[in-house]
Design a protein around this ligand. Structure first.
Ligand code: PNS
Length: 161
């Protein structure tokens, strides 16, 4: 039987419990999930791509069905190179939908072979984003419950705390 492979792309700057929730949901459907950190993001990230990859690997520990990688260029080309049938995107709220629909339709226009699959996050994480985590942390607010402890440690280290 063909292995069902999905690529879960994003900035992951840094990975949050919301991302982990999506990864765990995707692992229930797909045999393998490739978490793919984008190298060509226009945003100016807090963590380098390598730091983000290391954090994701450390958080996922040893899960042979969850791979961590980086990509540059078109997402659909990368998905094809991984022999993935699907691209996973998380939806938190209706506000995510417009951008996500646009991206999914653009990707479908470029390649018909890869389907975008939307997964809804747990309602507990429907307000959560990496940007919010960074903002709350920069203002010395509590971020326990939003990111794994080792991500909090990495944020503390970035700000010499
Ligand atoms: O976590 P993010 O920032 O919402 O992820 C966005 C990402 C990296 C998935 C998106 O920007 C992307 O796919 N970039 C790769 C370039 C590409 O393929 N663009 C065409 C689709 S819009």
């Amino acid at each position: 039987m063909t292995k069902k492979i999905a690529v879960y792309p994003g900035s992951f700057d840094p990975i949050t419990f919301g991302h982990l929730d999506i990864i765990n949901r995707a692992l229930k459907i797909f045999d393998e999930v490739v978490i793919a950190v984008a190298r060509n993001e226009r945003k100016s990230p807090l963590f380098t791509v390598e730091e983000r990859v290391d954090l994701i690997r450390a958080v996922l520990k040893q899960n042979e069905r969850a791979k961590v990688d980086t990509f540059e260029g078109l997402l659909v080309d990368y998905a094809r190179s991984q022999k993935a049938q699907a691209i996973i995107r998380g939806l938190r709220a209706i506000s995510d939908f417009e951008y996500e629909l646009q991206m999914a339709q653009i990707n479908r226009g470029i390649s018909k072979d890869v389907e975008t699959v939307f997964l809804m996050t747990s309602v507990f994480y429907s307000f959560l984003s990496s940007s919010m985590v960074k903002e709350v942390h920069s203002l010395r607010g509590p971020i326990d419950g939003l990111v794994p402890p080792l991500v909090k440690k990495a944020l503390d280290a970035k700000f010499n705390r």
